[in-house]
Design a protein around this ligand. Structure first.
Ligand code: SIN
Length: 287
């Protein structure tokens, strides 16, 4: 197994691993890498059967049910990512953290892409630990006292009508989360607002809230917090939604990009105001 960190703050490519046949010890090691690097990429994978992808994702915990997206027939845990010449929208084409509007947003997302455009269709990931840690101490302290509303009606209503979803009677989730959240394993603090779902800061006037959110959205998109993944057929990415954001670039229209996404359920975000015990986790074991 080979691990190649891609930037100093986020992302590592892992090779020489069969995701469908990991021993307990190998999975624990992979999980530590996941917590350490926040997003892992695997290129040398066969096309995973839906059941195999679901089984692997389940090793991270119970799976999350998406509030809006249609699923693969016979596999309700699999969300089909598919953009093509007739698409009016493409999933993930803007900075976001998956389904942060849920009271218990997803912990992790695993995506395998099977069909790629000849060029383009990269996914960008950004490190929200770095975004928080590079704010001034005064700003950090203030943000730690605040919560923000995350909503989804404006994103999901009618979104999947072209795939036969009638959502006229559905209600979409909304939640109030701390602006800074503590990662339960790394113990680091991460900035937890994103321009897709976060609509306003609790307790501020609309003008104040817009100004602060705009500043945070611009700050968290700095290039030095990012890694950009150039997909190859059947590559797999697994990202930690508790400390990252991502942006799936739709720069390839009218070409097709297709794959399967499975998402792991998370817990309600919380803030532990104690300083993190470790600034940066270290791997405690090697195989
Ligand atoms: C997503 O936001 O889940 C989609 C990511 C991608 O298609 O690269």
């Amino acid at each position: 197994m080979k691990v190649e960190p891609l930037t100093p703050v986020i992302g590592a490519e892992v090779s020489g691993v069969d995701l469908t046949a990991l021993s307990e010890a190998e999975f624990d090691w992979l999980h530590e890498l996941f917590v350490l690097h926040s997003v892992l990429f695997f290129r040398d994978q066969p096309r995973l059967e839906p059941a195999a992808q679901v089984a692997f994702a389940r090793r991270f915990g119970p799976l999350h049910a998406h509030p809006a997206a249609p699923t693969l027939e016979g596999h309700p845990e699999v969300f089909v990512i598919h953009a093509h010449a007739e698409s009016k929208v493409a999933n993930g084409n803007g900075w976001h953290t998956d389904v942060s509007c849920d009271a218990e947003p997803p912990l992790a997302t695993m995506l395998q892409l099977h069909e790629l455009p000849p060029s383009g269709g990269d996914t960008l990931f950004a490190c929200m630990y770095a975004a928080f840690e590079t704010l001034s101490a005064s700003m950090q302290e203030w943000l730690m006292t605040l919560g923000a509303h995350h909503e989804s009606e404006h994103i999901y209503r009618g979104r999947y009508a072209d795939r036969g979803v009638d959502d006229s009677t559905r209600t979409y989730p909304r939640a109030l989360h701390p602006i800074v959240r503590t990662h339960p394993q790394s113990r680091r603090q991460a900035l937890y607002v994103n321009p897709s779902f976060t609509t306003r800061i609790e307790g501020l006037s609309p003008q104040e809230s817009n100004a602060v959110l705009q500043m945070l959205f611009e700050h968290q998109q700095r290039a030095e917090f990012q890694v950009r993944f150039r997909w190859t057929p059947n590559a797999v990415a697994i990202w930690d939604n508790r400390c990252t954001q991502h942006f799936a670039l739709w720069d390839y229209w009218p070409e097709t990009r297709k794959g399967h996404r499975v998402t792991v359920k998370g817990e309600a975000p919380y803030l532990d105001p104690q300083p993190p015990v470790q600034k940066r986790m270290r791997l405690s074991r090697t195989l």
